[in-house]
Write a protein that binds this ligand. Structure first.
Ligand code: IPD
Ligand code: CA
Ligand code: CA
Ligand code: CA
Length: 286
């Protein structure tokens, strides 16, 4: 169904699916080849595959939607800055995993309409050497392809499996998250650290983990994953429980029922760490 003045979400979703598929072919071709690695920081890697994949994704989006704005992790922002549509592209989410051949990582493509995720596709690479498999998550606002399978659905933190992530900057939020990792490990069935934010959120949408949180993410890390969780019937907020936007710097996603129980366990001091850091006004003016 279309919102007035906007493209039908089906058209956006078809674009996201096609672009992510082209990107995932670039990644597939690279799986068994040596990596060429550059460094953006001491442990912040980028491979030639990140760049090649982004190019393939961007070309497809531009071909289909020449008047949209596109934000890619490796290429910055291109296109029409007054467009209501902003594509957020993470050509390879989980670059460190990809560089090592360690599952999982993903190609993540989302389009925002007036700042809110409208359609998205995440192609997850799982399995590992000799048994790579891909799993595609795709959703548009109001229509989910995959939602919680209810086998393990837990409404108690004590019976939940959780997952988090840690950014490359070892700042105050990073250190605080080390303590949160300890606190939540103590009260849950465990906290995993997989290394690909988009995949983590897709796993919440599947119901194989009950919740995921992280600080200091960027729009391309979150835009697709949060839509999967929302459309599966889960909940998405900032780490202080406040209303989430992809231009925020922290995210807590869950199956919904354990959301308030998780927030209860985050201290007021930790809750103030939600949004320090980057200014996204160069990309987006609400
Ligand atoms: C990173 C991954 C990782 C998360 C980092 C992200 P990248 O993205 O999603 O899981 O912990 O915060 O920056 O650099 O691999 O696309
Ligand atoms: Ca990422
Ligand atoms: Ca990336
Ligand atoms: Ca990166």
């Amino acid at each position: 169904a279309a919102r007035s003045g906007s493209l039908p979400f089906e058209e956006l979703l078809a674009g996201a699916e096609a672009a992510a598929k082209l990107g995932s072919q670039v990644v597939l071709d690279a799986l068994d080849k040596p990596r060429r690695i550059d460094y953006k920081g001491a442990t912040d890697l980028v491979t030639d595959t990140d760049k090649k994949c982004e190019l393939a994704v961007l070309q497809e989006i531009q071909r289909r939607f020449p008047d949209h704005l596109i934000l890619g992790e490796e290429g910055g922002v291109i296109g029409n800055s007054s467009s209501d549509y902003l594509w957020c592209v993470d050509p390879l989410d989980g670059t460190t995993n990809f560089a090592h051949g360690y599952p999982s990582f993903a190609v993540s493509v989302a389009v925002l309409y007036k700042g809110r995720p409208a359609a998205a596709t995440v192609v997850e690479f799982a399995g590992g050497p000799f048994c790579w498999v891909t799993r595609t998550f795709t959703s548009s606002s109001g229509k989910a392809a995959i939602s919680f399978h209810l086998l393990n659905f837990s409404n108690q933190v004590e019976r939940s499996l959780l997952v988090t992530g840690f950014g490359y900057d070892h700042d105050e939020a990073w250190a605080t998250n080390i303590s949160l990792f300890k606190d939540f490990t103590d009260v849950s069935r465990g906290v995993r650290r997989l290394g690909a934010a988009a995949v983590d959120m897709c796993h919440v949408s599947l119901g194989i983990v009950e919740a995921y949180w992280e600080y200091r993410l960027k729009p391309w890390d979150m835009a697709a994953g949060v839509l999967m969780v929302e459309e599966a019937g889960g909940k998405v907020t900032k780490m202080d429980g406040g209303e989430f936007s992809v231009f925020d710097r922290s995210v807590l996603v869950s199956n919904g029922v354990i959301h308030p129980k998780l927030l209860d366990r985050i201290s007021p001091a930790t809750k103030t760490l939600v949004n320090q850091g980057l200014d996204f006004s160069q990309w987006y003016k609400p």
